[in-house]
Write a protein that binds this ligand. Structure first.
Ligand code: KMH
Ligand code: ZN
Length: 279
Protein backbone atom coordinates (compact mmCIF):
# COMPACT_ATOMS: atom_id res chain seq x y z
CA UNK A 1 0.00 0.00 0.00
CA UNK A 2 1.65 3.21 -1.12
CA UNK A 3 -0.86 5.78 0.14
CA UNK A 4 -1.17 7.57 3.44
CA UNK A 5 -3.61 6.72 6.19
CA UNK A 6 -4.81 9.91 7.85
CA UNK A 7 -6.28 9.75 11.33
CA UNK A 8 -8.05 12.74 12.81
CA UNK A 9 -8.10 13.22 16.58
CA UNK A 10 -10.62 16.06 16.79
CA UNK A 11 -11.15 16.69 20.51
CA UNK A 12 -8.92 14.91 23.05
CA UNK A 13 -9.31 15.29 26.79
CA UNK A 14 -7.04 18.21 27.51
CA UNK A 15 -8.00 21.25 25.40
CA UNK A 16 -10.40 23.67 27.12
CA UNK A 17 -13.49 24.58 25.09
CA UNK A 18 -13.61 27.98 26.80
CA UNK A 19 -10.16 28.78 25.43
CA UNK A 20 -10.69 27.13 22.04
CA UNK A 21 -14.27 27.66 20.85
CA UNK A 22 -13.66 25.74 17.59
CA UNK A 23 -13.06 22.51 19.56
CA UNK A 24 -15.86 20.00 18.81
CA UNK A 25 -17.42 18.88 22.10
CA UNK A 26 -21.10 18.14 21.45
CA UNK A 27 -22.28 15.17 19.41
CA UNK A 28 -23.48 17.50 16.66
CA UNK A 29 -20.10 19.22 16.56
CA UNK A 30 -18.31 15.86 16.50
CA UNK A 31 -20.44 14.62 13.60
CA UNK A 32 -19.98 17.88 11.65
CA UNK A 33 -16.21 17.76 12.05
CA UNK A 34 -16.15 14.05 11.15
CA UNK A 35 -18.06 14.64 7.92
CA UNK A 36 -15.74 17.52 6.96
CA UNK A 37 -12.61 15.54 7.85
CA UNK A 38 -13.68 12.51 5.82
CA UNK A 39 -14.21 14.83 2.85
CA UNK A 40 -10.74 16.31 3.42
CA UNK A 41 -9.02 12.89 3.41
CA UNK A 42 -9.27 11.29 6.86
CA UNK A 43 -10.05 7.59 7.14
CA UNK A 44 -9.91 7.05 10.92
CA UNK A 45 -11.40 9.18 13.68
CA UNK A 46 -9.86 8.89 17.18
CA UNK A 47 -12.66 9.83 19.56
CA UNK A 48 -12.74 11.36 23.03
CA UNK A 49 -16.09 12.63 24.31
CA UNK A 50 -17.07 15.54 26.51
CA UNK A 51 -20.04 15.97 28.87
CA UNK A 52 -22.56 18.82 28.97
CA UNK A 53 -19.94 21.00 30.68
CA UNK A 54 -17.41 20.16 27.92
CA UNK A 55 -15.37 18.09 30.41
CA UNK A 56 -13.91 14.69 29.38
CA UNK A 57 -16.23 11.74 29.92
CA UNK A 58 -16.26 7.98 29.32
CA UNK A 59 -20.02 7.78 29.81
CA UNK A 60 -21.08 4.47 28.18
CA UNK A 61 -24.32 5.84 26.71
CA UNK A 62 -22.57 8.78 25.11
CA UNK A 63 -19.92 6.44 23.72
CA UNK A 64 -22.52 4.18 22.10
CA UNK A 65 -24.42 7.18 20.73
CA UNK A 66 -21.24 8.62 19.25
CA UNK A 67 -20.28 5.34 17.56
CA UNK A 68 -23.78 5.05 16.08
CA UNK A 69 -23.88 8.68 14.93
CA UNK A 70 -20.45 8.48 13.27
CA UNK A 71 -21.43 5.24 11.50
CA UNK A 72 -24.69 6.81 10.29
CA UNK A 73 -23.06 9.89 8.85
CA UNK A 74 -19.60 8.79 7.68
CA UNK A 75 -17.63 5.75 6.54
CA UNK A 76 -14.78 6.66 8.89
CA UNK A 77 -13.20 3.91 10.98
CA UNK A 78 -14.28 4.71 14.52
CA UNK A 79 -11.44 4.43 17.00
CA UNK A 80 -12.41 5.09 20.61
CA UNK A 81 -9.80 6.31 23.06
CA UNK A 82 -9.21 3.99 26.00
CA UNK A 83 -6.70 6.51 27.30
CA UNK A 84 -9.41 8.94 28.32
CA UNK A 85 -8.06 11.66 30.57
CA UNK A 86 -5.32 11.20 33.17
CA UNK A 87 -8.06 11.11 35.84
CA UNK A 88 -10.03 8.17 34.38
CA UNK A 89 -9.92 4.82 36.19
CA UNK A 90 -9.04 1.48 34.63
CA UNK A 91 -12.56 -0.03 34.84
CA UNK A 92 -14.11 2.86 32.91
CA UNK A 93 -11.30 2.74 30.37
CA UNK A 94 -11.80 -1.00 29.78
CA UNK A 95 -15.57 -0.48 29.53
CA UNK A 96 -15.04 1.75 26.49
CA UNK A 97 -14.95 -1.48 24.44
CA UNK A 98 -18.62 -2.10 25.35
CA UNK A 99 -19.49 0.60 22.82
CA UNK A 100 -18.25 -1.80 20.11
CA UNK A 101 -15.91 0.48 18.16
CA UNK A 102 -14.00 -0.65 15.06
CA UNK A 103 -10.72 0.25 16.74
CA UNK A 104 -9.49 1.39 20.12
CA UNK A 105 -6.28 2.93 21.35
CA UNK A 106 -3.96 1.03 23.68
CA UNK A 107 -1.08 2.95 25.24
CA UNK A 108 2.03 0.86 25.83
CA UNK A 109 3.23 2.26 29.13
CA UNK A 110 3.05 4.88 31.82
CA UNK A 111 4.37 8.31 30.93
CA UNK A 112 4.68 11.68 32.59
CA UNK A 113 2.09 13.97 31.04
CA UNK A 114 2.85 17.59 31.81
CA UNK A 115 2.33 17.90 35.56
CA UNK A 116 0.30 14.66 35.60
CA UNK A 117 0.99 10.96 35.07
CA UNK A 118 -0.77 8.96 32.34
CA UNK A 119 -0.90 5.55 34.02
CA UNK A 120 -0.84 2.34 32.00
CA UNK A 121 0.05 -0.63 34.21
CA UNK A 122 1.24 -3.81 32.53
CA UNK A 123 -1.77 -5.82 33.79
CA UNK A 124 -4.12 -3.16 32.45
CA UNK A 125 -2.44 -3.27 29.04
CA UNK A 126 -2.62 -7.06 28.82
CA UNK A 127 -6.30 -7.05 29.86
CA UNK A 128 -7.13 -4.42 27.23
CA UNK A 129 -5.22 -6.34 24.56
CA UNK A 130 -7.05 -9.60 25.42
CA UNK A 131 -10.49 -7.95 25.45
CA UNK A 132 -9.83 -6.37 22.06
CA UNK A 133 -8.97 -9.78 20.60
CA UNK A 134 -12.20 -11.26 22.07
CA UNK A 135 -14.31 -8.46 20.59
CA UNK A 136 -12.61 -8.24 17.19
CA UNK A 137 -11.52 -4.66 17.86
CA UNK A 138 -8.37 -3.56 16.03
CA UNK A 139 -5.93 -1.79 18.33
CA UNK A 140 -3.84 1.24 17.62
CA UNK A 141 -0.89 0.99 19.98
CA UNK A 142 0.03 4.46 21.22
CA UNK A 143 3.77 4.94 21.78
CA UNK A 144 4.78 7.99 23.80
CA UNK A 145 8.32 6.88 24.51
CA UNK A 146 10.92 4.63 22.91
CA UNK A 147 10.56 2.04 25.68
CA UNK A 148 6.95 1.58 24.58
CA UNK A 149 8.24 -0.14 21.42
CA UNK A 150 9.99 -2.76 23.56
CA UNK A 151 6.86 -3.13 25.72
CA UNK A 152 4.77 -3.79 22.63
CA UNK A 153 7.27 -6.40 21.38
CA UNK A 154 6.96 -8.09 24.79
CA UNK A 155 3.13 -7.88 24.71
CA UNK A 156 2.94 -9.52 21.27
CA UNK A 157 5.48 -12.16 22.24
CA UNK A 158 3.70 -13.11 25.48
CA UNK A 159 0.04 -12.50 24.53
CA UNK A 160 -0.12 -12.93 20.75
CA UNK A 161 -0.95 -10.76 17.79
CA UNK A 162 -4.02 -8.48 17.84
CA UNK A 163 -7.27 -9.20 16.04
CA UNK A 164 -6.56 -9.30 12.29
CA UNK A 165 -2.88 -10.07 12.99
CA UNK A 166 -1.73 -6.73 11.63
CA UNK A 167 0.13 -4.40 13.98
CA UNK A 168 -0.48 -0.65 13.68
CA UNK A 169 1.14 1.84 16.02
CA UNK A 170 1.03 5.61 16.50
CA UNK A 171 3.96 7.68 17.74
CA UNK A 172 2.63 10.45 19.98
CA UNK A 173 5.59 12.81 20.18
CA UNK A 174 6.26 16.09 21.93
CA UNK A 175 4.22 15.40 25.09
CA UNK A 176 6.00 17.13 28.01
CA UNK A 177 7.30 14.00 29.77
CA UNK A 178 7.51 11.77 26.70
CA UNK A 179 9.73 11.53 23.64
CA UNK A 180 10.62 14.73 21.77
CA UNK A 181 8.70 15.79 18.67
CA UNK A 182 11.38 16.16 16.03
CA UNK A 183 12.62 14.43 12.92
CA UNK A 184 15.45 12.49 14.57
CA UNK A 185 13.05 11.06 17.15
CA UNK A 186 10.71 9.90 14.39
CA UNK A 187 13.73 8.22 12.78
CA UNK A 188 14.61 6.48 16.05
CA UNK A 189 11.03 5.22 16.45
CA UNK A 190 10.80 4.07 12.82
CA UNK A 191 14.07 2.16 13.20
CA UNK A 192 12.90 0.58 16.46
CA UNK A 193 9.64 -0.49 14.81
CA UNK A 194 11.59 -2.18 12.00
CA UNK A 195 13.96 -3.83 14.43
CA UNK A 196 11.62 -5.04 17.19
CA UNK A 197 8.08 -5.33 15.80
CA UNK A 198 6.65 -7.83 13.30
CA UNK A 199 7.40 -7.34 9.63
CA UNK A 200 4.67 -5.28 8.00
CA UNK A 201 3.93 -3.21 11.11
CA UNK A 202 2.58 0.16 10.03
CA UNK A 203 2.99 3.40 11.93
CA UNK A 204 1.49 6.84 12.01
CA UNK A 205 2.90 9.79 13.90
CA UNK A 206 1.61 12.94 15.49
CA UNK A 207 3.47 15.83 17.08
CA UNK A 208 1.94 17.86 19.90
CA UNK A 209 1.72 21.63 19.53
CA UNK A 210 4.44 23.17 17.42
CA UNK A 211 6.06 19.77 16.81
CA UNK A 212 3.20 18.93 14.41
CA UNK A 213 4.98 19.88 11.19
CA UNK A 214 8.44 18.32 11.74
CA UNK A 215 6.80 15.08 12.91
CA UNK A 216 4.42 15.05 9.94
CA UNK A 217 7.16 15.55 7.35
CA UNK A 218 9.50 13.06 9.05
CA UNK A 219 6.78 10.41 9.19
CA UNK A 220 6.07 10.82 5.47
CA UNK A 221 9.82 10.61 4.75
CA UNK A 222 9.95 7.26 6.55
CA UNK A 223 6.94 5.83 4.73
CA UNK A 224 4.74 6.40 7.76
CA UNK A 225 1.15 7.54 8.11
CA UNK A 226 -0.26 10.67 9.78
CA UNK A 227 -2.43 11.66 12.70
CA UNK A 228 -3.55 15.26 13.03
CA UNK A 229 -6.28 17.08 14.93
CA UNK A 230 -7.17 19.51 17.67
CA UNK A 231 -6.44 16.89 20.35
CA UNK A 232 -2.79 17.48 19.45
CA UNK A 233 -2.54 21.05 18.16
CA UNK A 234 -4.83 24.06 18.21
CA UNK A 235 -2.51 26.40 16.33
CA UNK A 236 -2.30 26.20 12.53
CA UNK A 237 0.62 28.60 12.26
CA UNK A 238 2.08 31.44 14.29
CA UNK A 239 -0.84 33.57 15.55
CA UNK A 240 -3.34 31.51 13.51
CA UNK A 241 -5.62 29.36 15.66
CA UNK A 242 -6.94 26.22 13.96
CA UNK A 243 -10.32 26.99 12.40
CA UNK A 244 -11.45 23.38 12.39
CA UNK A 245 -10.10 19.85 12.26
CA UNK A 246 -10.68 19.62 8.52
CA UNK A 247 -8.11 22.41 8.04
CA UNK A 248 -5.47 20.16 9.65
CA UNK A 249 -6.61 17.11 7.67
CA UNK A 250 -6.51 19.09 4.42
CA UNK A 251 -2.94 20.18 5.16
CA UNK A 252 -1.91 16.59 5.94
CA UNK A 253 -3.59 15.36 2.74
CA UNK A 254 -1.75 18.03 0.72
CA UNK A 255 1.59 17.01 2.25
CA UNK A 256 0.85 13.35 1.51
CA UNK A 257 -0.02 14.24 -2.06
CA UNK A 258 3.27 16.14 -2.45
CA UNK A 259 5.09 13.11 -1.06
CA UNK A 260 3.39 11.08 -3.84
CA UNK A 261 1.59 8.98 -1.24
CA UNK A 262 -1.92 10.46 -1.37
CA UNK A 263 -4.49 9.92 1.35
CA UNK A 264 -6.12 6.50 1.16
CA UNK A 265 -9.87 5.92 1.26
CA UNK A 266 -11.75 4.41 4.17
CA UNK A 267 -12.14 1.21 2.13
CA UNK A 268 -8.38 0.96 1.58
CA UNK A 269 -7.76 1.77 5.24
CA UNK A 270 -10.01 -1.10 6.34
CA UNK A 271 -8.00 -3.47 4.16
CA UNK A 272 -4.67 -2.14 5.40
CA UNK A 273 -5.72 -2.65 9.02
CA UNK A 274 -7.38 -6.05 8.35
CA UNK A 275 -10.64 -4.88 9.88
CA UNK A 276 -13.47 -7.36 10.32
CA UNK A 277 -15.60 -5.62 7.65
CA UNK A 278 -12.80 -5.17 5.07
CA UNK A 279 -13.67 -6.62 1.65
N1 KMH B 1 -5.56 12.01 27.03
C1 KMH B 1 -4.36 11.30 27.32
C2 KMH B 1 -4.16 11.19 28.79
C3 KMH B 1 -5.43 7.84 24.06
O1 KMH B 1 -6.34 8.50 23.59
O2 KMH B 1 -5.44 6.62 24.05
C4 KMH B 1 -4.34 9.95 26.71
C5 KMH B 1 -4.61 9.84 25.28
C6 KMH B 1 -4.25 8.54 24.67
O3 KMH B 1 -5.14 10.72 24.63
ZN1 ZN C 1 -6.43 10.41 22.54
Amino acid sequence: MSGTLITVAPTGAEVDKGEVPALPVTLDELVATAVACERAGASIIHVHLRDDDAKPTLDPVRLRDAVAALRDTTDLIVQLSTGGSVRDGEAARLAVLDAEPDMASCTMGTVNFGPDVFTNRWDFITELHARMIDRAVVPEYELFDLGHVASLARLLDQHGLPFGEHVHVDFVLGVPGGAAGDASTVTAFAEAVRRYLPEGTTFSATGIGRTTLPVMYASLAHGGHLRVGMEDTVSFARRQPVKGNDQLVARAAAAAELAQRPAISTVEARKLLRMRDAD
